[in-house]
Design a protein around this ligand. Sequence first.
Ligand code: ZN
Length: 521
Amino acid sequence: MPDPRFAPIEISADLSGLPESERAVLGKLVEAARIMDALFLRQVWAGNDALLQTLARDTRGTGPDLLHRFLLNKGPWSRLDHSAPFVSGVPRKPGGANFYPIDMTREEVQRWLDGLPEEARNRAAGFFTVIRRHGNGSPVAVPYSQEYQPELGMAARLLREAAQLTTQPTLSRFLRTRADAFLSDDYYESDVAWMELEASIEPVIGPYEVYEDEWFNFKAAFEAFITVTDVAGTANLRDFAGHLQSLENALPIDPRYRNPRLGTLTPIRVVNVVFTAGDANRGVQTAAFNLPNDERVIREKGSKSVMLKNVQEAKFKTVLQPIAARVLTPGARPDVSFDAFFTHILLHELMHGLGPHDISVAGRATTVRRELKDMYSAIEEAKADISGLWALQRLVDSGHVPAAIGRSMYSTFLASMFRSLRFGINEAHGRGVAIQLNHFLDAGAVQLVDGHFVVRSDMMRRAVELLTSEVMTLQAEGSYEKAEALVARLGVLRPEVQRALARLQDVPVDIEPQFKAAWAG
Ligand code: ZN
């Protein structure tokens, strides 16, 4: 049996407006994206390549189903089941993935890092190196360009070919600089080029998110989102960016932690997915993202939010509406709306760019990411969600967001929290949501009526502000201890929540996209 928790659904994008040249570009990009898939598989576990070949050869019995699950999870461990193996004979999923030597523990890596001179430590803790062993056994940081040389060489060639084909200069520049980065490990220029992209095709391709490195959140995993711009949606949403500085200025934290100059406004893109691969297509599907992750680029150029509209619509219909019907009180269910869902995800992405990033701890310049280590992802996701609600409420109050969204956003988010919790709390988004739901329950802002949940709007506003303040303040302080305590206290599944989750067993957890669309046509 394939995993019934993932509902197969065709994801397609309207390419009728694209000229022949740009369709050919898409063909090249999809080819390059497939390479990201292979690289990500290897990053997850050193044994993945060999296991994939074994599974692909077994064309009878359970073979095809195991292969299907392997490709869905990008390895032999179910990402929805605390990484439980579904192929017999495989080891436990390595917490440091294939980024660190298989015979080193997290503590040994930490001790080794602590003993390095500063420059070497920065390189070893960087996004784009893996830690391997020298011939003499001592650990060494190996750059991605070396570790993944043949594949990155091929991907670079495809990006250059695509750059030749396109008639759009900013797209051509991104593709050329990204091809260079694959060979040099210097992603700065291509990240800047991606920030300046103004094109009908909006590709993300390369090493980005750090979730797969469960030990340290240091190492970037390969992924690709090949997408086309939804022009009308992007224009509608762009004016949100004009409110970001005033939101930052009003954040419910000590004024000295606010950033008086956010710099470049956060560009927003609404896109439709043509193809995804690697870290972007494993287990639960990404509905939106904010990139790049490099603090230097964020500081100088800001970051960009990309909303995957066709993916979100598919999730809303397949998952969110059935969940609302099972966990919300009957009176709350009609409040759940796609507009509120879509707008909150937008604010979630925008708020990743606000709040503390570069901080100072006891006079030492550092970043929130570095100080919070393995707590970082869950805390940062909780921050984006909760401050997204906080920001949405302010925009409703000032008339910049329709009042209808103001009426539906809390109930919609409540239903959406149950959607996230089903991903498990060992995953950053799920754990971040558990923190919020338990906070709401403790504050009386979410209440239980006959086993169903309902929002108390009058209590919600204050509860949202309090948690926004708590999370952003511990980030500003770079306090690992406070982050750990918050996660331990609230990042858990309580019995009443577990009972509600048990009623969702027949609802798909997520979609499994089928990219049968006409990208090659
Ligand atoms: Zn996020």
